[in-house]
Design a protein around this ligand. Structure first.
Ligand SMILES: [Zn+2]
Length: 133
């Protein structure tokens, strides 16, 4: 009689997945300059829903800005991997905005003024008011 096969609860994870879990957790908190800037933006745009997030991303060692690394292409030189602050707009999923200590959240504020974004916010606000009425 063969003993029952004992499987680790994590055996379905490949070692690669476990490694990436270790790399991706825990996520560091957003830097203070970002949190402060988002609080100010929220006061200016009270109806908008956004949040700061940290993404493990490829960053150029020359510019200190995120670069896009395509898996089907060789890794570019002068790239390091680090957690980089991003801003996520909850009304426009799938888009991440890159703030910076110097440029601040200016490019995200441009997004908040974007017509398509404002239409989504207005629609969400109208729906939530309709639900309450
Ligand atoms: Zn948006």
């Amino acid at each position: 009689m063969t003993p029952p096969l004992i499987r680790s609860p994590f055996s379905f994870l490949s070692s690669l997945t476990v490694t990436s879990l270790l790399i991706h957790c825990p996520q560091p908190p957003s830097p203070e300059w970002l949190t402060g800037a988002l609080v100010r933006l929220q006061q200016t745009y009270p109806d908008d829903a956004f949040e700061g997030t940290m993404r493990y991303t490829a960053v150029s060692t020359l510019t200190d800005l995120p670069v896009s690394v395509r898996p089907d292409q060789p890794q570019p030189e002068n790239v390091k991997y680090m957690y980089y602050p991003r801003i996520k707009c909850r009304d426009c999923p799938g888009k991440l905005y890159t703030p910076g200590p110097e440029m601040g959240v200016n490019n995200f504020e441009v997004h908040l003024k974007n017509k398509q974004h404002r239409e989504k916010v207005d629609r969400r606000v109208a729906e939530s008011q309709g639900a309450r009425a």
